[in-house]
Design a protein around this ligand. Sequence first.
Ligand code: GUN
Length: 303
Amino acid sequence: MAGTTAETTAAIIDGKAFAAGLRARIATQVAELKAAQGITPGLAVVLVGEDPASAVYVRNKGIQTREVGMSSFEHKLPAETPEADLLALIDRLNADPAVHGILVQLPLPGHMDATKVINAIAPAKDADGFHILNVGLLGTGQKAMVPCTPLGCLMMLRDHLGSLAGLNAVVVGRSNIVGKPMAQLLLNESCTVTVAHSRTRDLPDVCRGADILVAAVGRPGMIKGDWVKPGATVIDVGINRIEVDGKARLVGDVDYAAAARVAGAITPVPGGVGPMTIACLLANTLTACCRANGLPDPEGLTP
Ligand code: GUN
């Protein structure tokens, strides 16, 4: 059995391939929606300021949105835009019937209240699932818009493990974007869930109890190989830029080489969780479009 001896290596969960397959399925469903109903799903992405990493993400989102046949609406505002102007733009997007999903790229400039901005998005168009109403719906096990990164992690876990019921899941990290919604999704799958964080006592021991270990802390290589239970499924959400021998490298929150000798399966960085996030943003946009038009949820794109 994979991952039960020191010699064996974990199965690699190929997020890049999974995301490509997911986008292909979305493209097919978008084409069917256009043909049968004359509806084109639309995603609006709002970028405030010039943060280079955010600009790259927004560009990639636009490219992939168009590739699956959806309409992409990009709004780039200067960093010094007054908050009231951003809120007015969100109001217009909320009222625009061609826009089914809205994403405001974070972080926002310091003079803006991100919580206020996110909660100004119509909950049904909240492609990120960050609106307080969607947080509450997810937390009570109701139909919600679900944050993209945890949704992508759940899809990979389900694909790899089938039913997750009864498994011990440890989520390391308690952010609103990943850790907390991930824990809610796993609880809704009937896992026994522990949320660990920087103040957790004996974190290595807590991690060793995990059949499913999700690392979302943003600290390169923090989770060591001997923290991983033999045969466990390890999902590494971290995307950390480090320098090795003067060269820039992307690494996760897990010491990949060591963990891969122990785990049953593991996501690499890059090429694991990362590509799933934008694919799930497209999935959420299609879901929002179907719900807005009184159609059933698209197949296989919701929890
Ligand atoms: N910035 C980094 N990740 C995200 C994300 O998932 N959504 C938004 N809106 N901004 C981000």
